[in-house]
Design a binder for this molecule. Structure first.
Ligand code: URA
Length: 435
């Protein structure tokens, strides 16, 4: 196989054969194909797409590029959850302990921020000492003992995706349906859970901007999961504005904690309960949606979900006290409001721009090597459909650099559109894909 020939074949719109994809992935994983050639291939795929056979071959090649985790030592049904990535998406941090508190084992592998979207691992590292760099033996033990564990993608699990994910992040090749589907599903298949609940985002802050593309991505991933013998279900949810109010690592952790106290934003709480319902049913802890909801509500009301978060944080080396006192989370030095110059209704928030604002403040990575600032970000004070008076704050910015703060304030005001009448409210849950 000559990588040059494969790049040219794809660039010219050809379909790669299964053996070509397998060779390409194993050679790249072994370091025998340089990043610049793989980046060219990713760009060719981005423009030319992949057919279903190519997508299956890429998913399987990446899943088998390292170890396939064996979770058979964990009793009961192991459920995993994954989001295609959004802005303000702190779902796993609240959802995993909620579901675990209801008795379903959560064995989850998470990633870092990608493009304008944040990553669960970065957010969890806001708990001082917290580590997702745990080995599979510790992971299995923790799921058995605590009921929930989240590990980072180790070098041994889908290493091809780990390399490709980082490369795509800095070469503008993330938002392609086949690449997203194969990236997510290769990790999910390699990490061994029996059932997978996917949260496929749609809208201006998602990688898939239209509902049509998002449902197509959902179908593609559900098919890949079911084909590999895992019970897979996808919920398509709105990402046309940030989820909840907080965007930025520690700020999002704080909002997730508030949600477990029963004081979370309405949309975020609803999403957690919807995904949680499918996870409880898949995990055998509830017979139907009503029973699942009742259990999830109770886990919040009686404090067991919050305690589960503290237990989980402690098990992974973090300070559990932070769960009960969020002032211990990293704090930004500058806190300033963005004021609305006029009155009106928020008609639209350009969600990707809000993700970029957080990234520019230092909350995300611009290159593979960037260090991120966990304390910075934004907290929206108004969301689409809300009325704002002249002089009222639209958002609060948390920054550590005045120059970045100035840039972000201007970008935010351009991203937040006001009009004279209230727009119609859009549903949060767009639909569910099971087959
Ligand atoms: N999340 C992933 O794991 N991979 C992608 O390609 C996009 C989002």
């Amino acid at each position: 196989m000559r990588m040059y020939d494969l790049i040219m074949k794809k660039r010219n719109g050809g379909a790669l054969r299964r053996e070509e994809i397998e060779d390409m992935i194993s050679e790249y994983t072994a370091g025998r194909i340089p990043d610049y050639q793989m980046a060219a291939m990713m760009m060719a795929i981005y423009f030319r797409g992949m057919n279903p056979e190519e997508t299956v071959a890429l998913t399987m090649a990446m899943a088998h590029s390292g170890d396939m985790m064996d979770l058979s030592k964990i009793e009961g049904v192991k459920v995993d959850k994954h989001s295609t990535g959004g802005v303000g998406d702190k779902t796993s941090i609240a959802l995993a302990p909620m579901v675990a508190a209801c008795g379903v084992k959560i064995a989850k592998m998470s990633g870092r921020g990608l493009g304008h979207t944040g990553g669960t691992i970065d957010k969890l590292e806001s708990f001082a000492g917290f580590t997702t760099g745990i080995d599979s033996a510790r992971f299995v033990r923790q799921v058995n003992e605590v009921g929930v564990a989240i590990m980072g993608q180790t070098a041994d699990i889908a290493p091809a995706d780990k390399k490709l994910y980082a490369l795509r992040d800095v070469t503008a090749t993330v938002d392609n349906m086949s690449l997203i589907a194969s990236s997510i599903m290769s990790k999910k298949l390699a990490s061994g859970a029996d059932a997978i609940v996917l949260d496929v985002k749609t809208g201006s802050g998602a990688f898939m901007k239209t509902e049509e593309d998002s449902f197509a991505l959902a179908r593609e991933m559900v098919t890949l999961g079911n084909m590999a013998g895992r019970k897979t279900i996808a919920v398509v949810s709105d990402m046309d504005q940030p989820l909840g109010y907080a965007v930025g690592n520690a700020l999002e952790v704080q909002e997730a904690v508030e949600t477990l106290r029963g004081r979370g934003p309405e949309d975020f709480t609803e999403l957690c309960k919807t995904l949680g319902t499918y996870m409880l049913i898949a995990g055998g802890a509830a017979a139907d949606g009503q029973e699942a909801r009742r259990k999830l509500d109770r886990a919040i009301e009686d404090g067991s979900a919050l305690r589960k978060l503290a237990e989980f944080v402690e098990a992974q080396g973090g300070d559990p006290e932070t769960v009960y006192d969020t002032s211990l989370l990293p704090q930004a030095e500058i806190v300033e409001e963005i004021i609305s110059a006029r009155e009106g209704y928020v008609t639209k928030i350009d969600c990707e721009e809000i993700g970029i604002c957080s990234l520019l403040l230092g909350g995300g990575r611009e290159t593979k090597e960037s260090e991120i600032d966990l304390s910075v970000g934004l907290v929206l004070r108004k969301k689409a459909g809300d009325y704002v008076a002249a002089g009222e704050p639209l958002a609060t910015v948390y920054a550590n650099d005045r120059q970045k703060l100035g840039i972000v304030k201007e970008r935010f005001l351009n991203a937040c559109h006001l009009g004279d009448s209230a727009p119609s409210r859009k549903p949060l849950i767009k639909g569910v894909v099971r087959e």
